[in-house]
Each structure stands twice: as structure tokens, then as C-alpha cells.
Design a protein around this ligand. Structure first.
Ligand code: S3P
Length: 170
């Protein structure tokens, strides 16, 4: 079986859904940001600060290219789908779900987060512009778009699980 990737803007629920989906489908779960932090021995703000965002982006592509070949669930970072190579790697090595949340839902979740350098350096208006600008890339990456507004985590997980099982048996 292929990998299952979760893509979408910061705070759309990739990690929370990924963890629950892992129980639901009995597949291992990995959070790309955590894996990069572990490999580098530095936090994301530290990587941004010390080596710059471009370096972090290169680490993301390296991760996608080299990560072990096993059926698993991967929560990607919110910027991963902006890169064409990344989009190709994900679409060809797995099934990609775009978690489509509203900006208002997202903003409530991320506004006080000190561990997200992009949130730290941006105003609400700038974040909303980034959200709007990135949506088309998330849409282009996802095989399946999942609207999260008004749905519980459980409903979202069951929906994704259903789609995975449906496509597996097709
Ligand atoms: C980023 C999102 C973050 C993390 C980094 C950059 C982005 O991941 O990779 O702070 O560019 O949107 P989450 O989407 O898990 O917050």
C-alpha cells in the first residue's frame, strides 16, 4: 500500500487527524516537522533563524525523497505543497488528502503559536493572504479534498478511512 499524505495550511488539523487516522487504519504515523527536528537536533524556529527558510525547504524535499518505503501516514508541513517537486513526489508515492479548513478556524488555532516562524513574523492579514495564495497549490496536490468545517475529528477520520479503503479495493 502507498503512503497517505495530509496536506493543508498550518492549523488545518493535519497532526491531530494523522494521529487518529493512524489508530483507525492501523498504520504508522509520522509528522514531517517532528522528523526534521529530530534529524537536525534543532527546533523549526532555530532552523529558520540559523540557516534560513530556503534551507528548511530543502530539508523538506530531502525528507520526501528519502523517507522509508512503507505504508504509513505522513502529516506534511504547511509549506510542502508549494514546491513542484514535492507535489510530484507525493502524488506519485501516495494518496494525498487536502484538509480544507476555513481561515477563521485556522487562525484561532495558530495565532499564539511560538513554534511557527511564519505566524510569528506575520500579521493576521498577511496570514490570510498567504492562506488564499496557497489554496490552489493544496488543491493541485490533493487527490481528495476534505472539507473540515463543522465536522468533528472523528467524522473527518472516518471519511478519510473510508476513502482509503475504497481506493485500496478498486
Ligand atoms: C510552515 C508550516 C509548519 C512548519 C513550518 C513552515 C509553512 O508546519 O513546517 O513552520 O510554511 O506553512 P505545520 O503546517 O505543521 O504548522
Amino acid at each position: 500500500m502507498r503512503k497517505i499524505y495530509l496536506v493543508g495550511f498550518m492549523g488545518c488539523g493535519k497532526s491531530a487527524i494523522g494521529r487518529r487516522l493512524s489508530y483507525f487504519l492501523r498504520l504508522p504515523y509520522y509528522d514531517m516537522d517532528h522528523e526534521i527536528v529530530r534529524q537536525q537536533g534543532m527546533s523549526i524556529p532555530e532552523i529558520f533563524e540559523e540557516y534560513g527558510e530556503a534551507h528548511f525547504r530543502a530539508l523538506e524535499t530531502e525528507f520526501l525523497l528519502n523517507f522509508r518505503d512503507e505504508a504509513c501516514i505522513i502529516a506534511t508541513g504547511g509549506g510542502v505543497a508549494m514546491n513542484e517537486d514535492n507535489r510530484k513526489i507525493m502524488r506519485r508515492s501516495g494518496l494525498v488528502f487536502f484538509l480544507d479548513a476555513t481561515f477563521e478556524d485556522i487562525y484561532v488555532r495558530i495565532k499564539n503559536d511560538k513554534n511557527r516562524p511564519i505566524v510569528q513574523r506575520s500579521t493576521k492579514q498577511e496570514l490570510e493572504q498567504l492562506y488564499q495564495a496557497r489554496r490552489k497549490f493544496y488543491r493541485a496536490t490533493g487527490h481528495i479534498r476534505v472539507l473540515t468545517e463543522g465536522r468533528t475529528l472523528r467524522q473527518i477520520v472516518e471519511y478519510i478511512g473510508f476513502q482509503v479503503n475504497r481506493l485500496k479495493t478498486e
